[in-house]
Design a protein around this ligand. Structure first.
Ligand code: CTP
Ligand code: CA
Length: 409
């Protein structure tokens, strides 16, 4: 583990650079009279090497109007830039506006929030997370959090953003706190976890209970910290944990790609619209699901499908058992004991046959037999989301860099 930590903990040089940036910005904020707190993985020393970013929260009284936050952070951005403390900034929106600044290769999110025991805006939890974790995570646990984050990153299971549907940094911290160490977390995942697993820190959890993984937010019992984790991510994580402890798989995953070599592949491609990632990915995800369910309904067997956003292109890729399917679709009938059902089944198609094992069958002709033809007219069958309702090309040969993303673990 020591050897691994040497590769993934931030370097001394990095830490010095971040400290320097932190001091410059915090001093300037103090001079401007802004009450603030450094949050996120930087503040808690649970960030991984190369993740040169920090989150700074500025506090406002409960009666500060939320619609004034934008002007407020623009003022702060301008002032920091005028003083040459940051190189540049832009305004971004999550649930509410925040400032994204850059200096010295460090990304700084400056986020306005409420100074209150209550949670008034969605970001108000973050400083509370800081206070909850700060005196609970030991130095060893902090290293274990970094191990867990990188172990998940290696397997493409990290990140709460919609395109990842994975584990957030804060979730990793809570898991290490709950189970005590990286090894214990992995062991629990491998041996105890199954869909529906719930982890509570208090006795009054009131959040969603049907998510595949529930981890109560100790600072807000109404929130499931693990709500971004999809069922697919959860199952992959459990399998990987079992492989890691039982089969002694390496910590760093070898990027051997098990290509679906015998599958047949087809893709849709278009130009990336100029919208933010959150909207783009949510529409892409909706569209991919709609396409998959339409194709499945029409009889095509889809082994894997994914969306890839690369440079200014977006791709939706499908691996099928076969691009062309038979015109004939077999229909399985009821068992002979079901008197009326048998007659109804046979009358409906006006034809039947019986297999050696007694199974009754009928058949019908399929509407589509060639996936390419379906995709050529796909817009007449499937409604495309607003920003993706444009011309899509059909591609059968796919560039390597796109395929690499498609087959990323
Ligand atoms: N946060 C959260 N849930 C999320 C994203 C963020 O509660 N899905 C809060 C957490 O308090 C988190 C802070 O916002 O610590 C900063 O978020 P972010 O920078 O995304 O993650 P870090 O925890 O800093 O982890 P890292 O940057 O190392 O990935
Ligand atoms: Ca962060």
């Amino acid at each position: 583990m020591e050897k691994i930590l040497k590769k993934i903990l931030p370097t001394e040089e990095e830490k010095k650079k971040l400290k320097n940036v932190e001091e410059k910005i915090c001093n300037a904020l103090l001079k401007m009279g802004k009450k603030h707190e450094v949050c996120g993985s930087y503040a808690r020393e649970t960030f991984t090497r190369g993740n040169n970013e920090m989150d700074i929260f500025i506090f406002y009284p409960e009666d500060f109007p939320e619609d004034k936050f934008k002007d407020e952070i623009i003022k702060i951005g301008k002032e920091l830039k005028r003083k040459k403390i940051i190189e540049d900034y832009e305004i971004n929106y999550a649930s509410h506006p925040y400032l994204q600044a850059k200096t010295d290769g460090v990304k700084i999110d400056i986020v306005p929030c409420y100074d209150s025991d209550k949670i008034i805006s969605a970001v108000d939890r973050t400083p509370k997370h800081n206070r909850f974790l700060k005196d609970k995570l030991t130095d060893q646990m902090k290293k274990d959090v970094v191990l867990l984050k990188v172990w998940l990153k290696e397997r493409n299971l990290y990140g709460a953003e919609i395109q990842h549907e994975g584990f957030s940094g804060y979730l990793c911290e809570l898991l290490v706190l709950y189970y005590g160490s990286f090894e214990n977390v992995i062991n629990a995942i491998a041996k105890e976890w199954k869909p529906g697993i719930k982890i509570f820190f208090t006795n009054n959890y009131k959040g969603p209970v049907n998510d595949p993984l529930v981890v109560e937010d100790p600072v807000d019992p109404k929130r499931n910290v693990a709500s971004p984790v999809s069922l697919k991510t959860l199952i992959k994580t459990i399998i990987e944990a079992r492989l890691y402890i039982e089969e002694k798989k390496d910590f760093f995953l070898k990027k051997e790609k098990k290509l679906f070599e015998n599958s047949q592949r087809i893709a849709l491609k278009t130009k990336k619209p100029d919208i933010n990632d959150e909207i783009l990915w949510s529409q892409l995800k909706t569209l991919r699901k709609k396409l998959v369910s339409f194709l499945k309904e029409k009889g095509f067997d889809i082994l894997k499908s994914s969306c890839v956003v690369i440079k200014d292109e977006i791709w939706i890729i499908f691996d099928l058992k076969s691009l062309k399917i038979s015109e004939i679709q077999l229909l399985k009938g009821p068992e002979i004991e079901y008197y009326k059902d048998v007659l109804r089944f046979i009358n409906k198609r006006n034809y039947y046959f019986v297999a050696e094992d007694g199974q009754i069958f009928s058949f019908k002709y399929r509407e589509f037999t060639d996936v390419e033809k379906v995709l050529e007219n796909i817009k007449s069958y499937v409604k495309f989301p607003k920003h993706l309702d444009k011309k899509w090309e059909i591609k059968k040969s796919i560039p390597k860099e796109v395929l690499d993303e498609h087959y990323r673990f």
